[in-house]
Design a protein around this ligand. Structure first.
Ligand code: ARG
Length: 458
């Protein structure tokens, strides 16, 4: 008879089943569906639909199914049920006969799926936060282990001004902190329970929705049954969180791929997170990082796909909405994998500090400091800028950094230059002059790093 066979005279075509059935993918929601059913059985028992004894039998059987679900022992493949909701209900009926047929009183798969999916998203928010905290920790520790490494900072992928390596790490730490707070915001917004909204209009049974929400660990019930069964904005928000975080990971991957290139040579990556070439024996490729970058396509795609799916749907539930799941399951899984591999990659980073410093010194990043030095000697800035520019030109002609010119070569351009100029041209001096909150000087960077180290322990 199935779930809705009564008014039908013919069975579904096999092609229709292929397009209609969601059990092949929504089986992931088995434990959420069973937990929702347990709470529902309690609610309808209180409303007088089940006796205490009946409710207990149902709860016991559902608990057995829950253990099986958690042990991955439910046999979905042998089932021809349409979705996880009908599968669980049919399994209950198999075990309890007519008593099992009472559970669906006052409930719809529409409020069930909305509840199950919210529970699933909420549970994943927590584990994704843990993943984000883990990569954040890896970056903080890498920064701590390489406090004094200075490397070039770039704009337009041209060397711009030198920065401390920990400053680079902490830039991504800031992004990760916002990624985490986005999940906290989402949790606060989606923490309402749809169960009890029925198919779209609520239910006639005197259930206590507040209690249902509490038992399922939601902050409160959803306030409008039409909205509760038919919006998926929380899935969209989760996909946006995933997309934004993947974008951050991808930019980090891009930086590291470049740092690891033969041309830059700032870092080397561990064997465990790189791969070789089948043809070129010398190669060690940053595949993990490239995949972090590459997987953005499918994660961003899932966000776009669900937006398009939802945009034309009239209230309330429409079967189009069954398309909400596969993309979200995949995106969350890929995001999780990328966060984990990102942490592993960062843990293997080995910096070549000499190479970093050498690159940071190229590009005449200290020309501004030289002009400021001349200003301190009483020369007007415009003139100082010009003198510094002439010195850069002389250095370029000799293919040297400014500080490798001799004092007499410098004095040939300006006789106010003295021996004390060389300290000003030093890399550390240059970096540590940016001694401002948020800047790359030693003090602000180490203060920020110490704060993050301390927060790892909290
Ligand atoms: N499997 C459906 C989904 O994932 C839930 C069932 C609602 N079906 C229905 N015909 N009202 O959205």
């Amino acid at each position: 008879m199935g779930l809705w066979g009564g008014r039908f005279q013919e069975g579904s075509s096999s092609m229709f089943k292929q397009v209609n059935d969601s059990l092949p993918f929504d089986r992931i929601l088995a434990s959420q569906d069973i937990r929702g059913s347990i709470v529902w059985s309690r609610a309808i028992a209180k409303a007088g639909v089940l006796t205490v004894d009946e409710q207990q039998q149902i709860e016991t059987t559902l608990n057995e199914l829950l253990s099986k679900a958690e042990a991955n022992e439910l046999d979905f493949d042998a089932s021809s049920e349409e979705d996880i909701h009908s599968f669980i209900e049919a399994t209950l009926i198999e075990k309890l006969g007519d008593l099992g047929r009472k559970l669906h009183t006052g409930r719809s798969r529409n409020d069930q799926v909305a509840t199950d999916f919210r529970l699933w998203c909420k549970e994943h928010l927590q584990s994704l936060k843990d993943d984000l905290l883990a990569i954040k920790k890896s970056l903080v520790l890498s920064a701590d282990n390489n406090r004094d490494v200075i490397l070039p900072g770039y704009t337009h992928l041209q060397r711009a001004q030198p920065v401390r390596y920990p400053h680079w790490c902490l830039a991504y730490v800031e992004m990760l902190k916002r990624d985490i707070s986005r999940l906290d915001d989402l949790l606060a917004r989606m923490n309402q329970c749809p169960l009890g909204s029925g198919a779209l209009a609520g239910t006639v049974y005197a259930i206590d929705r507040q209690e249902i929400a509490e038992q399922l660990n939601f902050a409160s019930p959803c306030l409008n049954s039409l909205d509760a069964v038919s919006d998926r904005d929380y899935v969209l928000e989760l996909l946006f969180c995933a997309s934004t975080s993947m974008m951050h990971l991808s930019r980090m991957a891009e930086d590291l791929i470049f740092f690891n290139s033969g041309e830059a040579g700032f870092i080397t990556l561990g064997d465990a997170v790189t791969s070789g070439s089948s043809l070129m024996p010398q190669k060690k490729n940053p595949d993990a990082l490239e995949l972090m970058r590459g997987k953005c396509g499918r994660v961003f795609g899932s966000l776009q796909a669900l937006l398009v799916t939802m945009k034309g749907l009239p209230l309330a539930y429409n079967k189009d909405m069954q398309e909400d799941k596969e993309g979200a399951f995949d995106a969350v899984n890929q995001w999780h994998i990328c966060l984990c591999i990102a942490a592993e990659v960062v843990d293997t980073i080995k910096l070549d500090s000499a190479r970093c410093a050498q690159a940071a010194k190229q590009g005449y990043a200290n020309a501004t400091e030289l002009a400021d030095y001349l200003v301190a000697k009483g020369i007007p800035f415009r003139t100082a800028h010009d003198i510094s520019g002439q010195i850069v030109l002389a250095a370029i002609e000799q293919n040297k950094p400014i500080e490798n010119l001799s004092l007499s070569e410098l004095q040939a351009v300006s006789d106010v230059i003295e021996d004390d100029v060389f300290a000003v041209l030093e890399l550390e001096y240059l970096v540590d002059k940016r001694n401002i909150l948020g800047g790359t000087g030693a003090k602000p960077v180490f203060d920020a790093l110490d704060y993050e180290l301390k927060s790892l322990k909290d």
